[in-house]
Design a protein around this ligand. Structure first.
Ligand code: ATP
Ligand code: MG
Ligand code: MG
Ligand code: MG
Length: 479
């Protein structure tokens, strides 16, 4: 089954259960002070949960573009190192707004996985919330009882607040959840250690695929929980993980979601995926990050020096560093992947293909300027090595490289260690702290490289008006 078919089956299944299929919200959030990027399918329905807005449909399903690179859900450091956390991913979801609750949610998730997708039942584990005395939260006996109708007792596990009480951010709608995990290990491995001991343990082959949240509370600023006006269902299933399980792969990157990007990167750098862990991480970082970068730009977030724009710039630079350091590529590469991704998603998220030329241009400019930074930093680094006493680079020297030349500290460390030099990290951090204190004292509003001439708070970004990196006016459509 192709990824496209798997996505469609999810939507068809929930349509057959009376759900309205809705489009993904933009990945970029312009008007939410608590969140920069969409980090879950439920974000666009927050106001319905809070009772601020009526639900147009009581049952809804979709695939939502998500980005987990800042705030409460930040997976950036895992990405590329592991094979199942992405920066940008699709979250398949179904919702009930004050309509069905635990019984149907559990029944349908089981039906979809075991009857439609035909996942073997003896590979699945479910977890339910064990309660939390500090917050006076009851164990979820109801969810447990519903699961008992389908799943053997020893496959129903209790989970703590960290894993089985879902929260969007520091404040906002939240509630107990029940999750479904798949054990993809070989029979031999399964005979050695029972899968239940590995659930929620970050085992690369025993992975969480679906979370069913029972939205009941609103987390307030003072940390207390207030009951929501009605009870809702909010579910999220990681699309790339589902595809990997159904295609019988060991890694999300081996599926047809990522292989086109990896194959294109192989051609561009002349190296093969699967040759060494070091280069493989670089391939995965690139295949992952280009998606985050492209969808963020296509939805209106250009790379810049501040806030959300800086998050995107950092992701882009992280990808450049990986190809620069591990694939030996010294010229812009990422922008070449934009058309590949645009074509791949033309029928799901057409906004990227529609703006591919512009996005490509922005990515190229960013790569180019960062590569120049790297180049001048490397030249400076040679002088530093020649002058270093005891093969040690002092903190203030590394800091100057970072601060004046924009040269990343971890790259200084990497190059130094390759040459047998050490770097004074505490000394670097001390300088960094001093600088932070200075800039806190002189906070000034920096609008970044691109400014909105006319931002309409109630609008939705629908595209750039001109195909140029100097585009200054963004178009908004009223909703
Ligand atoms: P994990 O424990 O693996 O980090 P999570 O508990 O943080 O996942 P949820 O917030 O429950 O994830 O999100 C719902 C679903 O979205 C998960 O069950 C998973 O399938 C998927 N998912 C979460 N984070 C990522 C990610 N960074 N990349 C890809 N899929 C993800
Ligand atoms: Mg997580
Ligand atoms: Mg989890
Ligand atoms: Mg989870």
């Amino acid at each position: 089954m192709t990824a496209a078919e798997i996505r469609q089956q999810f939507l068809d299944f929930f349509a057959s259960k009376g759900h309205q299929i809705v489009p993904s919200a933009p990945i970029v959030l312009k008007n939410d002070p608590t969140l920069k990027f969409t980090n879950a399918g439920m974000n666009q329905f927050k106001d319905i949960f809070l009772g601020n807005k009526p639900a147009v449909y009581k049952r809804v399903a979709d695939t939502q573009k998500c980005l987990r690179v800042s705030g409460k859900h930040n997976d950036l450091e895992e990405v590329g190192i592991d094979t199942y956390h992405h920066t940008m991913f699709e979250m398949l979801g179904n919702w009930s707004f004050g309509d069905y609750f635990k019984k149907e949610a559990i029944q349908w998730s089981w039906e979809l996985l075991t009857e439609v997708y035909k996942l073997p039942k003896d590979r699945l584990y479910v977890t339910v919330f064990e309660g939390d005395k500090n917050e006076d939260l009851e164990p979820d006996a109801e969810a447990r009882d519903y699961w008992r109708q389908y799943v053997a007792e020893d496959r129903i596990l209790l989970g703590n607040k960290k894993d089985n009480f879902w929260e969007m951010g520091d404040t906002g709608p939240c509630g107990p959840c029940t999750e479904i995990h798949v054990d993809c290990r070989t029979d031999e491995e399964r005979a050695k250690i029972p899968g239940k001991d590995l659930v929620n343990n970050d085992h690369p082959q025993v992975i969480e695929i679906w979370n069913n949240v029972f939205m009941q509370f609103n987390r307030l600023k003072d940390k207390s929980l207030e009951p929501l006006p009605a009870k809702h269902v909010d579910t999220g299933m990681g699309f790339e993980r589902l595809v990997r399980v159904l295609q019988g792969k060991q890694s999300n990157y081996d599926t047809d979601v990522f292989m086109p990007l990896i194959a294109a990167t192989e051609k561009l750098c002349g190296k093969q995926y699967g040759q060494s862990e070091k280069t493989d991480i670089a391939f995965r970082v690139i295949a992952d990050h280009i998606r985050a970068i492209c969808f963020a730009i296509a939805d209106g977030q250009l790379p810049s020096n501040t806030e959300a724009g800086y998050v995107i710039r950092r992701i882009l630079r992280r990808a450049v560093r990986y190809y620069f350091s591990f694939l030996d590529v010294k010229k812009p590469l990422l922008h070449e992947l934009v058309p590949v991704l645009g074509a791949q998603f033309a029928h799901v998220f057409p906004e990227l293909a529609q703006q591919a030329d512009f996005v490509k241009k922005v990515v190229f400019e960013e790569e180019n300027s960062f590569l120049r930074t790297l180049d001048s930093g490397l030249g400076r680094l040679d002088t530093i090595f020649a002058a270093a006493a005891n093969k040690n680079i002092e903190g203030p020297v590394a800091f100057e490289l970072y601060d004046t030349y924009g040269f990343p500290f971890d790259l200084t460390q990497l190059i130094a260690s390759e040459k047998g030099y050490s770097v004074d990290e505490p000394g670097f951090k001390a300088e960094l702290e001093k600088q932070k204190a200075r800039s806190r004292a002189a906070t000034e509003l920096d609008m970044g490289d691109w400014t909105l001439l006319q931002e309409q708070p109630s609008g939705v970004f629908i595209g750039y008006t001109q195909l140029s990196a100097e585009a200054k006016v963004l178009k908004y459509r009223k909703i």
